[in-house]
Design a protein around this ligand. Sequence first.
Ligand code: GAP
Length: 466
Amino acid sequence: MSKTKDNKMEKIVSLCKRRGFIFPSSEIYGGFASCYDYGPLGVELKNNVKKAWWKTMVQENSDVVGLDSSILMHPKIWEASGHIEGFTDPLVDCKSCKRRFRADHLLEGRGIKPDLEVQREAPLDLTTIKCPECGGELTAPRTFNLLMKTYIGPVEDESALAYLRGETCQGIYVNFPNVLESQRLKLPFGIAQIGKAFRNEITPGNFTFRTREFEQMEMQWFCKPETAAKYFEDWRARRMNWYLKLGVDKDALRWREHAAGERAFYAKAAWDIEMKFPFGDGEWKEVAGVHNRGDWDLSRHSKFSGADLSVRDEVTKEKFIPYIVETSDGADRATLAFLVNAYEEVETRSGDDEAKHETEVVLRLHKDLAPIKAAVLPLSKKEPLSAQARAVFDRLKTRWQCQYDETGSIGKRYRRQDEIGTPYCITVDFETGTDQAVTVRDRDTMQQDRIKVAELSAYLTEKLAA
Ligand code: GAP
């Protein structure tokens, strides 16, 4: 990962490892390039991201239903989808150090928006661009297919060839008739799915931003062709609102429309939500996309499978292939975006010395996303505080993911919770036995409220929903 001025990204990566959000995969074997494991806090955070997406996309929309299709599918699906032919990136090699790069990324680094169609037909003129690592000469670009191959069964030949899905939406398209009939749905409606996708990326990197195994959160909206443009705008607004509602600064996000030559082979229109990440050139990078896929997918699957995927217009009785508006978010990329957006360093006084300051980290994660909602902190490890604090923890743990921490000074324990984004710290002190109350500290306002133990659940319910 390239260094930035204030090393913010390095600090986030280090925090993720130290506090158990994200670990490098297979670390005791020296790691496995660009693969990551979500630790105890990371799995809570990413699950909360997925839960928040599902709530907005499925639970709150009576016209969107869920699906969980398999990763391995009939290989013909990838022919029909166009991925075997068109899911390629232009690859260049350095003749000296043998490193590989994506030609389009090198051009983008020079401020040139590459035209992917032109690249496929005629090699890019990269003669003026040298290897960014060693300055060596680069080869002419060649196309490289991103689908990951595997073999089903004991014989590894062409007849056993299958692919790990390159995008989750194909599982939705091939289930369109099943969902339509079993749910007695009428257009327009959506099918949503969260799941793993795999791409043999040439240049993965920048932590979890671009990996070869990742999770997508995709929704496909099936509608009449003449309504697709309107729904496209509708879903664009709704997807941007999701990031804003979950606390990403308005100024940190922007829309970017793909130019005609840049669009994926299936897209009639494509817009990305972009955010600035503190790595590489620090420039705007894709977080999510909204695509008008037209009738490409269902037409192709009709043709390749022989199944009739058209629907009948209720008024004119004419058959037509529905258009698809797709919203496509990465669960890992969104999680990284929320982490980057939430990371804040604050200066605090160190001990009693006015002149001494320390830098502390506060993860200002939205409460819905915070991995731990409340931490219970007894002022002493001894009885009766320990039993009182345990009773408070037992009361809360059935409702929320909570932590119990009795080690170190109370200041240290607050800092530990701030660093992982816990919105509320609950201190059980020497008065608790007498007034049956605890002190609740708010991560962001630092305000402390004295709350009766009997009223604590109601208090937190209200606060966590605010
Ligand atoms: N079905 C459309 C589709 O897959 P995409 O722009 O290729 O569109 C959608 O991917 C989203 O999936 C991206 O905006 C990003 O959030 C995530 N994504 C794609 N490739 C990724 C990778 N290699 N690593 C992590 N996330 C990725």
